[in-house]
Unconditional design. Structure first.
Length: 253
């Protein structure tokens, strides 16, 4: 017994460093592809490429990447990737710690058809400038396409994301504050030559959510034939807006 006590009394507690070395920062500082609008979402570790659907060469994208000091990345900068398949980038620091970013391609396209002077109709393909976004808050899903300083459309749906995968939701004369459950509304802001017109009463239209990816936090879908009274300096009749979106980043509040 005395021998056991002698040994235990000599045992020392491990020394704990009160200031352990900080983990090496692992960030993608810049992700550049010529002529592409790219956003790095650091909070979600996502690289989002915003593109219109008329661009279809997603199999041959060559990004040039800048990362934190002391960090390597795979696939490396300058390596061509196929974005039609899942792509992720892994950063590895000198201490062995790692971080992974997912690559997301967000596609948005829309068209309009309007009646102009003389009763003729014109149809155009165009796109709202980025950012394109989706926010779910208090049971209302709001899709936003366009800058606040340019033409933009907001479409809002009162439905939980988990039950929104039905086809289609009717778009009616609703605002975000009074849209009924299972219905959608829309607001279109048109800016031309310094003139701003806001249309809050679409007469008809549909909204369909076709996919919700909970892991990536993105949604896909389309909207069709959202009808407004005359838009534009020459428009005499109605304007119909239709469009589609894939992998739209979704923020849940």
């Amino acid at each position: 017994m005395l021998l056991f006590l002698a040994f235990t009394s000599c045992k020392k507690d491990p020394i704990i460093d009160p200031n352990p070395p900080a983990e090496i920062e692992k960030k993608i500082l810049d992700f550049y592809i010529p002529f592409k609008n790219i956003v790095i979402n650091e909070a979600k570790r996502q690289i989002i490429i915003y593109e219109t659907k008329d661009f279809n060469d997603f199999e041959n994208l060559t990004p040039y990447i800048e990362v934190s000091d002391g960090v390597t990345i795979q696939p490396a900068s300058g390596v061509t990737i196929d974005a039609t398949k899942p792509v992720s980038y892994t950063l590895t620091a000198t201490d062995g710690s790692k971080a992974t970013y997912a690559l997301i391609v967000c596609n948005v396209e829309w068209e309009y058809m309007e009646t102009i002077s003389g009763g003729a109709s014109i149809t155009g393909m165009a796109f709202f400038e980025e950012p394109w976004s989706a926010v779910s808050q208090n049971g209302v899903l709001t899709l936003h396409f366009g800058w606040d300083t340019e033409s933009a459309i907001d479409i809002y749906l009162k439905s939980p994301i988990s039950s929104a995968l039905v086809s289609p939701f009717p778009v009616g004369n609703f605002t975000p504050a009074n849209v009924p459950t299972g219905k959608a509304g829309a607001t279109f802001i048109y800016r031309e030559n310094g003139i701003v017109k806001t249309f809050v009463n679409p007469l008809a239209g549909t909204l369909t959510i076709t996919k919700y990816d909970a892991e990536k936090s993105t949604i896909s879908g389309n909207f069709g034939q959202i009808k407004y009274a005359g838009i534009g300096t020459e428009t005499q009749g109605n304007t119909y807006l239709s469009g589609s979106f894939e992998n739209l980043p979704l923020e849940i509040k």
